[in-house]
Design a protein around this ligand. Structure first.
Ligand SMILES: C[S@@+](CC[C@H](N)C(=O)[O-])C[C@H]1O[C@@H](n2cnc3c(N)ncnc32)[C@H](O)[C@@H]1O
Length: 331
């Protein structure tokens, strides 16, 4: 900007309103979001239509608390993204901290947890129905266990509407102990009641903002094993992988997001899948614990160690800062 004075950038927000913000003496590139950097044709069209471009909605944040969620690391992860790509893939999306932070214009999101992906589909398709249903749910122990145990009878559970199933998962997430999605060997939700004073069972602004994002952008959902979800990824795409972490100790081994868990053999299978992405010319970035085992597995790639506050241990007093790695096949 000649002279380095204040620049006013006019932007269109997710709801179609326009807003303005002021940056003093900063190069314009610094104001670009992932959406804008990675959706060049759309930016061009928007620019041709008077210089406006789509603004990130700050209310688009994880709708669920998720173990291993990357909310505290999004700035660090954003700074490590590739310079350009056409498509965003996140095969272990969980609570989607990075996805919602970046709000890419075209994304493929996946998680093996079908309940979770069902919540995202309902947020997209029927957010009004979901909010209406959630408003009837109570933060009471007896009510909690009644709702939690709907999945004990598989036939009647299957017959529930998608809205009821999604509302149940969101409700349990807000009211169960530590927001922990945990199932037993039979696949039944078994986290106990959290007894919180005032849990935010219906976070209406966030649900509506996430719904608006899903409807405005092109976001594809699937609930598959990550290898299947990545089978057709083409050169030029970008994949962010945040698998269940390699346990840092015997007592921190929460990998039970779904039946089966994530063993050392699983970590090796994932590394081979990353090797295959690399061979295909797909850029990937992967998060995991900074264990010797993981550093060895990804020795052929760029590895950065970052510091994270993790809520992996369900015992509050045992939570703390741990080192994580960010592995990339590009720099
Ligand atoms: C560390 S969490 C992801 C957290 C996410 N980045 C966030 O910000 O909330 C790992 C996710 O991987 C999913 N997962 C576990 N095994 C999987 C598999 N084989 N294929 C796809 N997803 C899997 C789990 O259900 C869980 O949601």
């Amino acid at each position: 900007m000649p002279g380095g004075g204040a620049v006013i950038y006019k932007r269109a927000c997710v709801h179609g309103n326009t807003g303005a913000f002021v940056r003093c003496g900063k190069p314009w590139q610094e104001t670009l979001t992932f959406w804008e950097r990675y959706d060049i044709p759309k930016i061009k069209i928007l620019c041709e239509k008077g210089g406006a471009y789509v603004k990130k909605n700050q209310l688009v944040v994880p709708a669920l608390k998720w173990v291993g969620g990357k909310r505290q690391l999004v700035d660090e992860l954003s700074s490590l993204l590739p310079k350009s790509t056409s498509l965003y893939y996140e095969p272990f999306v969980g609570g989607g901290a990075l996805l919602f932070h970046l709000q890419p214009g075209k994304a493929y999101i996946n998680d093996i947890n079908a309940d979770l992906m069902g919540v995202y589909s309902v947020i997209k398709e029927d957010v009004d129905g979901l909010i209406k249903e959630l408003k009837t749910y109570k933060n009471e122990s007896e009510f909690f266990y009644r709702v939690r145990d709907w999945d004990r009878d598989s036939e009647s559970y299957k017959a529930l509407s998608d809205v009821k199933k999604a509302a149940r998962i969101l409700y349990l997430n807000k009211t169960c102990y530590n927001g922990l999605y945990r199932v037993n060997n039979a696949g039944e939700f078994n986290s106990p009641f959290g007894n919180y004073r005032n849990p935010n069972i219906v976070n209406e602004p966030v649900l509506r903002a996430v719904s608006a994002y899903f409807n405005k952008a092109e976001v594809h959902f699937s609930s598959l094993d990550y290898a299947q979800a990545l089978a057709d990824v083409k050169r030029g795409a970008f994949v962010y992988l945040d698998p269940p972490y390699d346990p840092v100790s015997e007592t921190s081994n929460f990998t039970g997001y779904s039946k089966g868990g994530f063993t050392k053999e699983e970590q090796i299978r994932l590394r081979k899948c990353c090797d295959e992405l690399d061979r295909r010319g797909v850029k990937f970035m992967l998060s995991n614990s900074a264990t010797e085992f993981i550093k060895e597995q990804y020795g052929a790639y760029d590895i950065k160690v970052v510091h994270a506050k993790r809520s992996i241990n369900s015992v509050g007093s045992k939570r703390g800062d741990v080192d994580e790695v960010v592995v990339r096949n590009y720099v």
